[in-house]
Design a protein around this ligand. Structure first.
Ligand SMILES: *[C@@H]1O[C@H](CO)[C@@H](O)[C@H](O)[C@H]1NC(C)=O
Ligand SMILES: *[C@@H]1O[C@H](CO)[C@@H](O)[C@H](O)[C@H]1NC(C)=O
Ligand SMILES: *[C@@H]1O[C@H](CO)[C@@H](O)[C@H](O)[C@H]1NC(C)=O
Ligand SMILES: *[C@@H]1O[C@H](CO)[C@@H](O)[C@H](O)[C@H]1NC(C)=O
Length: 388
């Protein structure tokens, strides 16, 4: 009896907000208080018509709606939130949401968009503030389509854009340049490897850029400049496979100096093995394997040292030699005098021979020697004569 009363009470609680009005589309639930229409996992093939005009929030998820077009949502001026996630939507036609002039929040996550028409997102008055396209782009064509749609959509009021989980490998330059008021950009869980100059151009009010869980191994000087141009915003870079080799030093220096607020505790080396898990900020050049120029410096220094040592040794030997000479200066003098005397003796010997040669009576003695030796002895003797 008591249990029954409890069940009845709970039943009233659960079903009270449910308004079983005639307007509620088939297979959907309509909630009066929250002005919400829910059509969840009903295998719907199109967006149901006859959604009540008072509805504020429309939740259509887990269906098989392949296409949204200008007829999908009409005359719903009170709708501000639409959640269309997980409906296998592949095509979004121009002006699909044009009649939703108060639409602030649009969630298209977990779909398979392959075709987005250029004006698919345009709504008069640019009311849209948040667009969720997480895991919704099926391929690269969808990305280029989206780039055009962001340009033509007049999304000047957009504040939040989620493009996470879309296998994005590159971002077309200036892709976000027509979103001047964007404050939060989620690019997490993609395959991005590089940022180029112009990638984030035109976003003057960005406050948060989420690049976590991508394929960045480092950032080039251009990329760092592009990030720095964003000012002192919050930039999330964690969960990327950073390679802590020599090339990363610019990035490390940027992490140290940048005015951006980076999640430095999550920015860690993925390789090489020895450094994996090490925080990048404050990482020394030696640790990153940047030892090549340092080694050359050391080699250069040791070469210089050996030259200096050689010079010192030679100088020392020279000084010892001079000192020995100085000690033996007396002996040297006698040696020099002896040498001079010896020379004189030799020269006198030649002089003697000259006298013999020039004596005609003794001429026959050296006749067999020919003229030439005579000339020589003459010359030497004349030098000797000059010396005397
Ligand atoms: C939107 O809401 C207002 C106020 O709740 C209501 O007067 C108006 O009729 C609604 N619009 C539609 C199309 O039902
Ligand atoms: C976008 O949708 C996904 C999945 O539906 C959700 O996890 C994510 O938080 C949403 N993004 C934002 C910015 O709310
Ligand atoms: C990242 O994206 C892939 C593919 O879109 C998805 O399967 C995976 O669950 C996502 N991971 C996270 C952590 O969001
Ligand atoms: C980091 O920056 C500070 C000043 O902001 C500087 O004193 C320090 O030397 C820098 N460290 C490295 C490793 O660049």
């Amino acid at each position: 009896m008591c249990v029954f009363a409890v069940w009845l009470f709970l039943g009233i609680l659960v079903f009270a907000p449910y308004f079983q009005c005639l307007e509620c589309p088939f297979g959907c639930e309509c909630f009066a208080v929250s002005r919400t229409v829910k059509c969840v996992s009903k295998d719907l093939l199109t967006v149901p018509q006859s959604i009540p005009g008072s509805a504020k929030t429309v939740i259509i998820t887990g269906n098989n709606i392949h296409k949204v077009g200008p007829d999908s949502f009409t005359e719903l001026e009170n709708v501000s939130n639409i959640i269309l996630s997980n409906n296998r939507i592949t095509e979004m036609m121009s002006h699909s949401f044009s009649s939703l002039i108060n639409l602030r929040f649009l969630d298209l996550s977990e779909n398979q968009l392959t075709l987005i028409h250029p004006e698919a997102l345009s709504i008069p008055g640019s009311p849209l503030q948040e667009l969720n396209l997480s895991r919704s782009l099926h391929n690269f064509i969808a990305l280029t389509d989206l780039t055009t749609a962001l340009r033509w959509g007049g999304l000047g009021g957009l504040l939040r854009l989620d493009l996470s989980g879309n296998h994005l490998a590159l971002l077309p330059p200036g892709m976000f340049s027509h979103l001047p008021n964007l404050q939060q950009l989620f690019l997490t869980n993609n395959s991005l490897m590089a940022v180029y100059s112009g990638t984030f151009s035109g976003m003057d009010h960005l406050e948060l850029l989420d690049l976590t869980h991508n394929a960045f191994t480092t950032f080039t000087a251009d990329a760092l400049q592009e990030l720095e141009n964003l000012g002192n915003i919050r930039i999330l870079l964690g969960d990327n496979p950073f390679t802590c080799s020599c090339e990363i030093s610019q990035f490390v220096a940027w992490l140290n100096e940048s005015r951006a607020q980076v999640d430095v505790d999550a920015v860690r080396c993925a390789s090489p093995g020895g450094l994996s898990g090490t925080r990048l900020r404050g990482l020394g050049v030696h640790a990153t394997g940047c030892v090549v120029p340092v080694q050359a410096e050391v080699a250069d220094l040791s070469l210089q040292t050996s030259y200096v040592l050689l010079g010192l040794v030679l100088g020392l030997v020279g000084m010892v030699f001079l000192f020995v000479l100085y000690l033996n200066r007396k002996g040297m003098t006698t040696w020099i005098i002896e040498m001079r005397d010896a020379c004189r003796d030799v020269l006198e010997g030649y002089h003697y021979r000259y006298e013999i040669d020039s004596n005609p009576q003794l001429g026959h003695i050296s006749a067999d020697n020919g003229g030439s030796p005579g000339t020589t002895t003459f010359r030497i003797s004349s030098i000797t004569a000059a010396a005397k």
